[in-house]
Design a protein around this ligand. Structure first.
Ligand SMILES: NC(=O)c1ccc[n+]([C@@H]2O[C@H](COP(=O)([O-])OP(=O)(O)OC[C@H]3O[C@@H](n4cnc5c(N)ncnc54)[C@H](OP(=O)(O)O)[C@@H]3O)[C@@H](O)[C@H]2O)c1
Length: 303
């Protein structure tokens, strides 16, 4: 299979590229700032925020990769930054998706769009595919509009909602931040009343490929185990051999940021795939079991 991944340098993009390369697929990854070396395939430059010439760049990426599937992951993902820079967030997340979806449709490729659990307001939790989106911050608004645009551009597209954690070679991401804090002996304050249902990025990557290769279309939720933010922190501390006493219970609204965040974004699905939801400790083990690929620095927590 030939696959084009937008945002291939991101947390999920890295895991997806690695998974596809390990399967023997031909992988093309888009980057704003192409790296000198990318171990998983061919690098394609793409800047989604640049409105003039963007359709040309998107068309060019499709022409180079000739993909069977486009996994559209690139987005402005920092929730506070989206609030502070609404135009940039809209042009990247909505405009960028519009151009990629239309280029993909013209090329006759399949389109898989990675959305988010943050399309919901977080008041009830356990959201299924039938729940109407109700975003409470700008990031969520851009992702909802992008979902609509992707579906309008290609009714055969798959729109995936979920959330994930992982370890990236450059050390970015929430999990790396938690590990850094715990290793430095700093306390984490996490809410026992804020819920989500995350998957490790490598597991989500496998499920994205399965959905991409299926004939399925429309909105699909890919939930992991239902857990509170505090329970997640405890599981992380235990898995990585760090002090669980540093993981303390805090309020869901204790984090001061520029953007409001939904409290309970846990998902369910009415279309379970051929896989179990899984348990948190087993999922955490998948992050360290594979080890780093050749030429890549060990991820934090794997030593
Ligand atoms: N992280 C989560 O917990 C989470 C949860 C639910 C859904 N999602 C969704 O999953 C997808 C992947 O998230 P992630 O956490 O892997 O993202 P990430 O690590 O923040 O990476 C985002 C990627 O998008 C690229 N990008 C950003 N702005 C761009 C632009 N203007 N033009 C071209 N590329 C641009 C970035 O390129 P550079 O490397 O050049 O900056 C990067 O490769 C996103 O669509 C996100 O909304 C994420």
């Amino acid at each position: 299979m030939r696959a084009l991944i937008t945002g291939a340098g991101g947390l999920l993009g890295h895991a997806l590229a690695r998974h596809l390369a390990e399967r023997g697929d031909r992988v093309y990854g888009t980057f704003r700032h192409p790296p000198d070396h990318w171990p998983f395939g061919q690098v394609v430059p793409l800047e989604l925020g640049a409105a003039p010439g963007l359709q040309g760049m998107a068309d060019q990426a499709l022409a180079v990769a000739e993909p069977d599937i486009v996994f559209h992951l690139a987005a402005l993902t920092n929730v506070a930054e989206c609030e502070a820079e609404p135009h940039a967030a809209w042009s990247t997340n909505v405009g960028g998706t519009a151009h990629m979806a239309s280029a993909t449709r013209c090329a006759g490729s399949r389109f898989v769009y990675m959305s988010t659990d943050s399309v919901f307001d977080g008041r009830s939790g356990n959201y299924g595919e039938e729940h109407s989106p109700s975003p409470i911050n700008w990031y969520g608004c851009t992702k909802v509009r992008a979902e609509e645009i992707a579906q309008a551009a290609d009714p055969g597209a798959v729109i995936v909602r979920g959330t994930f954690y992982g370890l990236h070679p450059d050390g970015h991401g929430t999990l790396a931040g938690m590990l850094n804090a715990l290793r430095a002996g700093r306390r984490l304050r996490l809410s026992p009343d804020a819920y989500f249902s995350p998957l490790p990025a490598p597991v989500l990557a496998q499920r994205l490929v399965h959905l991409g290769q299926s004939g399925l279309s429309g909105i699909r939720h890919l939930p992991g185990p239902h857990c509170s933010r505090w329970a997640f922190g405890m599981a992380v501390a235990q898995h990585f051999g760090l002090d669980p006493a540093l993981v303390q219970q805090g309020s869901p609204v204790a984090v001061a940021t520029a953007a409001v965040r939904p409290v309970d974004t846990s998902l369910i699905t009415h279309h379970p795939g051929p896989w179990p939801v899984g348990e948190l400790p087993d999922h955490l083990a998948t992050l360290t079991a594979a080890g780093p690929p050749p030429g890549e620095a060990p991820a934090p927590g794997t030593e």
